[in-house]
Design a protein around this ligand. Sequence first.
Ligand code: UDX
Ligand code: UDX
Ligand code: ADP
Length: 499
Amino acid sequence: MGVKICCIGAGYVGGPTMAVIALKCPDIIVHVVDISKPRIDAWNSDELPIYEPGLDEVVKACRGKNLFFSTDVERLVAESDIVFVSVNTPTKTSGLGAGKAADLTYWESAARMIADVSTSDKIVVEKSTVPVKTAEAIEKILTHNKKGINFEILSNPEFLAEGTAMEDLNQPDRVLIGGRETPGGQKAVAALKAVYAHWVPEENILTTNLWSAELSKLAANAFLAQRISSINAMSALCEATGADVSEVAYAVGKDSRIGPKFLNASVGFGGSCFQKDILNLVYICECNGLPEVANYWKQVVQINDYQKDRFVRRVVSSMFNTVSGKKVAVLGFAFKKDTGDTRETPAIDVCHGLLQDKALLNIYDPQVTEDQIKRDLSLNKFDWDHPHHLQPTNPTTLLNQVSVVKDAYEATKGAHGVCVITEWDEFKKLDYQKIYDGMQKPAFIFDGRNVLNGSELRKIGFIVYSIGKPLDPWVKDLPAAIVRMCLLWFPDRVGDTSF
Ligand code: UDX
Ligand code: UDX
Ligand code: ADP
């Protein structure tokens, strides 16, 4: 029998990663443990706790054979050779570094537990994204608590993206393993490499020192997010000048030095990683006396906030500068398609912005539950975290302006406007004539993902706003249109330039 693996944390990273290791390595026993009993129960049921295309099949094929989910954390950690730590590392909300630094409480308690229960040598693998030099701190906890037991710490950051986790795990661009440059460290690196070598070509398994591996993960996420903020910044300029952001992105991406991926302008990026990792990077730069570098990366988050804010302003200003009492359909709430995850989804800020302006929201998402949507909307986010004026003062009282409905047609019925926030494929295939017929007129569509066919929608009669696309005269000239309307009401002021 091969090595015994135990993974602490049965979340979006730990669950799918271990399922794929179990599938590809029938000779390895994989236990996934978590302190949350409901989560483990769900992993052991037919309704897995996360929605991820292709995951069900893999879990069903391996569960009970060489893949097990359990809350018996301490025993299973004690019995294993390799312990993956994949617990959550949210941004600190108070104390030193609040709003930027990673909160390592869960990590530290996991490390202390490993040190307490271990009776044999172990390889401890950092899987969750952590600040550079975390391994050093963890090593101290492990080695100081237990004499005579050898712990080797490795950094093996996960690069999977939600919605495509199974493909990403099956055929990773690369696997990165960082370890100490000592003989023991190198032996541990080789042991983990042997696990991945079951299915990943050797040239795609990169080995580095610990700090390079830790920093590479933060850097990769910062670069990816930077591309989105770059194209989103361009989208604002496109709208102002009449250029089309899709044409610009295509032309720019054709340069092989730049490449075509990750250049879709959007209402803003979300997800548990990008903002958190950039803020973390910013904090590390500040702590290392590099304010210029910190400010450079901070801009990526600031542009993302600006983009969400800009979208809300466009919706409100197009609809005659007020959405008060108007029904607005929100299609999509997850931070991207093919996931039910709502962490940092731009939908939260957009909904808050519209609710502040007293809109009545009909929200539909194919994978996010009503409970989750209401929980997300009732939480007050932090100032650092979100655009200032999209902050509701008392979010729970706004919830009576929110209905969560079962499909897109119900959401749009009687609405004045539709906002597409997530790029779910089903939104491309809707019967927009039917939707138009059921809406108030003029009927507005705000496509926050550029997934709809604007010219078809215009033919039906919609007034369309797509991110970074030439604006309908209606949207563009609205201030002028309002002035003209006002002049109808106050004809005596025609020619008054102060008007
Ligand atoms: C650039 C663009 O590449 C080209 O497409 C455009 O038409 C004109 O501007 P050029 O300035 O001639 O071309 O050279 P380029 O190879 O882009 O290098 C520009 C500068 O960036 C140089 O000083 C180069 O040394 C530097 N550079 C480039 C780096 O410091 N690091 C890199 O990885 C690449
Ligand atoms: C990301 C990284 O891609 C992954 O490598 C890392 O391990 C975790 O963080 P994830 O957050 O799951 O993965 O999804 P990703 O596909 O990167 O999308 C992040 C956000 O950016 C989403 O809100 C998405 O809609 C948005 N996005 C992505 C854009 O707005 N435009 C794009 O072109 C691409
Ligand atoms: P990620 O997206 O990084 O996978 P998640 O929040 O989805 O993050 O998952 C992290 C999991 O780690 C949660 O299910 C949480 O209950 C679990 N967890 C946190 N601390 C511990 C711990 N000390 N022992 C076991 N599980 C833990």
